[in-house]
Write a protein that binds this ligand. Sequence first.
Ligand SMILES: NC(=O)c1ccc[n+]([C@@H]2O[C@H](COP(=O)([O-])OP(=O)(O)OC[C@H]3O[C@@H](n4cnc5c(N)ncnc54)[C@H](OP(=O)(O)O)[C@@H]3O)[C@@H](O)[C@H]2O)c1
Length: 275
Amino acid sequence: MELFPIPSETYKLGFIGAGKMAESIASGVVRSGVLPPSRIITSHSNPVRRDAFESFGVTLLPRNEDVIKDSDVVIFSLKPQVVKGVLLQLKPLLTKKKLLVSVAAGVKLKDLEECADQSRFIRVMPNTPSAVGEAASVMSLGGSATEEDADLIAQLFGSIGKIWRADEKFFDAVTGLSGSGPAYIFLAIEALADGGVAAGLPRELALGLASQTVLGAASMAAKTGKHPGQLKDDVASPGGTTIAGIHELEKGCFRGTLMNAVIAASKRSKELSQS
Ligand SMILES: NC(=O)c1ccc[n+]([C@@H]2O[C@H](COP(=O)([O-])OP(=O)(O)OC[C@H]3O[C@@H](n4cnc5c(N)ncnc54)[C@H](OP(=O)(O)O)[C@@H]3O)[C@@H](O)[C@H]2O)c1
């Protein structure tokens, strides 16, 4: 069956599930100018959620059905345990003219496609820094999604951070790394700040320095194109302070512990998506 291209200059974007992730994506899309708010719609009965979207110009419609009818691209931003039931309910409206997207963690394309009875579907795994425009997202394409569909989704999610494309078989590993990774780094920031306090710094200064140090190091790793091992070597002078600190991290199995954390979270993601 021939697929109609999504009209890139005029398409409307709908969200089913007007929660935190939908708000991050919609506000990022509007802020970056990828779409004007007049082309974004959603639905929610809770006035607090409605206000959150209306504050940046998104239109609220009465029902999910109205959102689907009026959208060319629909992002299902629902909790994993809810998404399949909602797809089944809305199935009669989910024609192949529409590009469907799910951000629900752990829900496979096979199941999404089966519930929607169509495979013009893209699964995206974003992470919580989407709230500040720094998401690390990965997408995988369903059976009928086209290259143009992928470009459109890359543009939408590019407005809330960076997005990569990968085979769906990698999604548990993606969950273990970028999905759970922000929590590992929050722990690291807290521990760095505690170290600063232990070494005599006031708490507020220690926390500020710890956060900015992680931000700066991440920015250098992402922007210089240098291998992180090279960046580490560049700042570890012979007999200096940094190599003394690195020695302690190595004694505490810092790298092995982080690797194990990613592997453990990936395994857990696999277990949860099979249950
Ligand atoms: N937040 C993140 O950073 C993040 C990262 C990666 C993946 N995800 C995925 O993104 C999805 C959404 O997460 P979230 O953090 O945005 O959760 P959320 O804030 O709870 O958003 C889900 C929204 O869906 C609404 N909803 C529930 N049932 C509905 C229905 N039948 N029709 C329409 N709306 C309905 C909920 O309303 P009520 O609150 O009134 O029930 C809520 O507003 C999840 O699957 C999660 O795995 C989130």
